[in-house]
Design a protein around this ligand. Structure first.
Ligand SMILES: [Zn+2]
Ligand SMILES: [Zn+2]
Length: 338
């Protein structure tokens, strides 16, 4: 069953009851995310979320009730949690691949006044938000965690040239992260001028409008004819996954970060992998350690996510937020406040 933005509505629901080990949080801010829009429109990821439901998964708030048996967190504490908690026992968790957990607990339901954090998630993936960090900023720890995982997998190093396809929130978080790691040159590609100019404000070295310029030629030109050390696809379309392969140098890495629609495929030139020794990798989600690191990086402003939050709307206007998200050319992240 496919849904659309037209199916979004605000309804009264019961405040969740808290059992032992669980925590009830009053949501103070939740941010919009392309993933939510995709879930709504593509109607997939059945393992993760079953529609219809309350959705939204990037949030922070105040603890208002603490279940029996917990000595942390305390009532009144500012926290963020989830949106996942690996079981720590399955074959993937035992190999340290927590993001690939076979029994992952997912938490959706941030676009609400209250959200209940499951007991296991309280233990595994809940963090206190420092006083000087806004709830909106703390909510961005979720996408940043995923980006940290991706950049780690791609092995971005000091002195690398990094090309990013897509200047939406995920592309820009990649930009901020690789710059901190010490990328020597950053190149970003998008079709929308407003997004490219925000990337420029955030310090990208070269911004390419794919609608106006030949991307492959331009990237070659900017990299001495060789291609980038690392190319990151942050859109989630087979065409751009394939394009990424044309922008990397021999021996470089392509991180296919954006999730494509189900049952899609890409073509890879065998010679590129064989003679070119190009590494192609995917990255999915993040581990609890990445969530913790992401919040710390936001709190220390090592990665300043504030410029990415462009608007604030009330919860009752959630539909409008998603309409803006699906049609707007420049909106980055919208904070939803109950
Ligand atoms: Zn997200
Ligand atoms: Zn597991």
């Amino acid at each position: 069953m496919l849904y659309g933005i037209g199916d979004l509505r605000v309804e009264d629901v019961e405040v969740p009851e808290v059992d032992a080990g669980e925590v009830l949080v009053r949501v103070k801010a939740a941010t919009t995310c392309g993933t939510d829009l995709k879930i709504l429109q593509r109607g997939y990821v059945e393992k993760v979320i079953k529609l219809p439901t309350i959705f939204g998964h990037e949030w922070a708030g105040d603890v208002v009730e603490v279940g029996e048996g917990l000595d942390w967190p305390r009532k009144g504490m500012r926290v963020r949690a989830g949106n996942s908690a690996p079981c720590l026992r399955c074959i993937m968790c035992r190999r340290g691949r927590y993001n690939l957990c076979e029994n992952m607990i997912w938490l959706w339901g941030a676009y609400a006044e209250y959200i209940k954090v499951p007991a296991h998630m309280v233990l595994v993936n809940t963090q206190e938000v420092p006083q000087h960090v806004s709830y909106e900023e703390a909510a961005v720890a979720e996408p940043l965690a995923c980006v940290l995982h991706g950049v780690e997998e791609a092995g971005v190093k000091l002195g690398d040239t990094v090309t990013i396809i897509g200047a939406g929130p995920i592309g820009l978080l990649h930009l901020l992260t690789v710059k901190k790691i010490g990328a020597e040159k950053t190149i970003i590609i998008d079709l929308v001028e407003e997004r490219l100019s925000l990337a420029k404000r955030l310090g990208v070295d070269e911004a390419i409008n794919a609608g106006k310029e030949d991307v492959v030629e331009r990237v070659r030109q900017l990299t001495g004819g060789y291609g980038a050390d690392v190319v990151i696809e942050a859109i989630g379309l087979p065409a751009t996954w394939e394009q990424a392969l044309n922008l990397v140098r021999k021996g470089g890495a392509v991180l296919e970060f954006g999730g494509c629609p189900p049952e899609t495929e890409i073509k890879v030139d065998t010679e590129l992998l064989h003679y070119g020794e190009v590494t192609v990798l995917g990255a999915f989600h993040a581990t609890p350690l990445h969530f913790k690191k992401a919040l710390n990086l936001i709190a220390s402003r090592t990665i300043d996510v504030r410029p990415l939050i462009t608007r604030k709307l009330r919860l009752k206007d959630i539909k409008e937020a998603f309409e803006i998200l699906s049609t707007s050319k420049s909106e980055i992240k919208i904070a939803i406040n109950p």
